[in-house]
Design a protein. Structure first.
Ligand code: SF4
Length: 349
């Protein structure tokens, strides 16, 4: 059973850096305080009352957990121990920087229930990392993934296409490298320009141009498809639509409240376009969980097929896999196809 995540945002806490794109206080909408023992217990109790039979996973998002003083890390993890012992909480997830990981400390975290560590990898291109003020190079990410995997924990990698000096090719290469290194899952956060950051200064001075929404969706589509081919889950595309991110705080970049759906919709649209053309009358079936992606945001996929001269209807078939479509044509010919089989040239971005 998929666990319910109980999130705690520890914005910018523990982080010794200021990356050019980062204003963690804005991103999380929090003011930089850490939850105390009572807040942690109360939130777990509250979520337990609504989770039903599903287990809970406690997640400390934001900041750099492993760079917090060890006594603070212990204080955050201590209230979880009784919940872990009685089975209310079955795992803990933290996020941190790749250069703030060592084997002894990962073992210490594992003893306290941490089962997943998400790394802010962002890019595996040293020139991109340097231009983004990350303060570490790609080797640190490879090392961190290795340490986490050797400890038997899950390693997640966050990637940020569109950073300074990044290109679609280097984004794809970064994805390939974290997959090869053994990352268990990915998050893809296309770069956005947040007011008050160094990146905002560069953008305003004309020194940096982020990916537009259109190009960002096109690139994320190809990254997602490659991850699907490698059977690596992408658990999030685009920053959460949280309180601090809005039209005032985001100056530019690939930002949309339902970016993941936009990206998946384009994948399905491309798949459909492989089989239907003007004059066709087709019924496209998907797994029920993918129907909204096939229809598209604001029914855009249906509208665009109509504009192409295709009469398209949709339906659901729960025998299909989530990345599979069945297309019934007017001549009763039936085509099965899966998203993994799409072929892209990264130069199309
Ligand atoms: S390491 Fe993370 S929290 Fe720290 S400045 Fe960079 S992005 Fe922000």
């Amino acid at each position: 059973m998929k666990p319910v995540t109980v999130p705690f945002f520890i914005s910018h806490q523990g982080c010794p850096h200021t990356c050019v794109f980062c204003d963690q206080r804005t991103i999380s909408g929090a003011n930089g305080t850490l939850p105390n023992v009572f807040q942690i217990r109360d939130k777990i109790d509250l979520w337990r009352s609504t989770a039903g039979e599903r287990p809970l996973e406690v997640a400390f998002f934001g900041g750099t957990f492993t760079a917090l003083p060890e006594d603070i890390q212990a204080e955050l993890l201590a209230p979880l121990q009784p919940f872990l012992e009685n089975g209310t909480v079955n795992s803990v997830r933290i996020s941190t920087r790749p250069d703030c990981i060592d084997a002894d400390h990962v073992a210490w975290l594992s003893e306290r229930g941490v089962r997943t560590i998400e790394l802010g990898v962002q890019s595996m291109d040293d020139a991109v990392l340097a231009a983004s003020g990350r303060g570490h190079f790609a080797a640190a990410s490879l090392n961190a993934i290795r340490i986490i995997k050797n400890a038997g924990l899950q390693a997640g990698a966050q990637l940020m296409p569109g950073l300074p000096k990044d290109t679609p090719l280097s984004s794809l290469a970064s994805l390939e490298q974290v997959i090869s290194a053994g990352a268990d899952f990915l998050r893809i956060y296309p770069t956005v320009v947040i007011r008050g950051t160094e990146l905002a200064r560069r953008y305003t001075a004309g020194e940096f141009m982020p990916l537009s929404l259109e190009r960002g969706v096109s690139l994320c589509k190809q990254l997602l498809q490659r991850a699907m081919q490698a059977d690596i889950p992408v658990i999030r595309i685009g920053l959460q639509n949280e309180a601090g991110l809005n039209a005032d705080s985001v100056l530019a970049g690939c930002r949309h409240p339902a970016l993941g759906q936009l990206v998946r919709s384009q994948l399905y649209e491309d798949l459909i376009c492989n089989f239907v053309s003007s004059g066709d009358h087709a019924t496209v079936y998907s797994h029920p969980a993918r129907l909204s992606d096939v229809v598209g945001t604001k029914r855009n996929n249906l509208r665009r097929q109509t504009e192409r001269g295709v009469r398209m209807q949709v339906g659901v078939d729960d025998t299909l896999k989530k990345d599979e479509l069945k297309v019934e044509m007017q001549d009763k010919c039936t085509i099965y196809s899966i998203v993994k089989d799409l072929h892209y040239s990264i130069h199309e971005v």
